[in-house]
Ligand binder design. Structure first.
Ligand SMILES: [Zn+2]
Length: 196
C-alpha cells in the first residue's frame, strides 16, 4: 500500500532515479516531489522516508539495526545532484555553526537529459550505418573465426587472397547488419520521451 504512490511516478523518471541511485533514489525523489512548494532538508527527507517504510520489510541498511541512515540519503542526494536532477542551498545554523542543506528537485530537466542521451545513441547508430554502407568488406571463409575484415583497398592490395592461408577472399554481405542498424534507428526514433 505504501508502494502505491511510488508507482504513480512517471516511469521514465522512476527508471532514471533507479539507475542513478537504486531503490532509495526513488524514495528520495518522491520526497523531493512532495515538498515541491518548499525546499526540504536531508534530515527531514530521512525522517519522512523512515516513517513511510516503518512496519514494512523495507530496510535500506541491512547490515545494522537502523532502517535508513542520514548519510545514505545524503549520498543519494549528491548522486541526483551530479546528474543535474537536484539542487541545494545551504544555510549556517547560528546556534550550532553547522550547515543545513535545503534540497529541491530539477526533474523538469529530465526530458532534456533523456533527449540528449537519445540523440547521442542515434548519432552513434547512424555513424555505424554510414560506415557499413560505405565499406564493403572481404573475409576469408576458412579463417572466419579470426574475425578479420578487409575493406576493398586492403583486399586489392592482397590480390584478394587471405594473408593467413592463401584462400581467396570473399565479399561479405553486410546487408544483415545494415538492416539491423536501420531497424534500431527507427526504434529509437519512435521512442516518445515524455515526463509529464
Ligand atoms: Zn584464410
Amino acid at each position: 500500500m505504501r508502494q502505491s504512490h511510488i508507482k504513480e511516478l512517471n516511469p521514465f523518471l522512476r527508471s532514471f532515479l533507479y539507475i542513478v541511485g537504486g531503490e532509495i533514489a526513488i524514495y528520495v525523489g518522491m520526497e523531493l516531489l512532495k515538498s515541491k512548494s518548499e525546499d526540504i532538508t536531508d534530515e527531514d527527507i530521512t525522517e519522512n522516508i523512515k516513517e513511510s517504510i516503518e512496519g514494512t520489510d523495507i530496510d535500506f541498511e541491512p547490515d545494522d539495526s537502523e532502517i535508513l541512515k542520514l548519510n545514505t540519503v545524503r549520498k543519494t542526494l549528491y548522486k541526483l545532484y551530479s546528474e543535474k536532477l537536484a539542487q541545494f542551498r545551504r544555510i549556517r545554523d547560528k546556534s550550532t555553526g553547522w550547515f543545513i542543506y535545503y534540497w529541491w528537485h530539477e526533474f523538469d530537466l529530465l526530458e532534456e537529459i533523456l533527449l540528449e542521451k537519445k540523440k547521442l545513441i542515434d548519432g552513434k547508430l547512424r555513424d555505424r550505418l554510414q560506415f557499413e554502407q560505405n565499406n564493403y568488406f572481404f573475409i576469408c571463409e576458412k579463417c572466419q573465426e579470426s574475425n578479420k575484415k578487409y575493406n576493398f583497398d586492403e583486399a586489392f592490395e592482397l590480390n584478394f587472397r587471405c594473408p593467413d592461408c592463401g584462400d581467396p577472399l570473399e565479399a561479405q554481405d553486410n546487408q544483415t547488419i545494415i538492416e539491423f542498424l536501420k531497424n534500431k534507428i527507427a526504434l529509437i526514433q519512435n521512442i516518445k520521451i515524455s515526463v509529464d
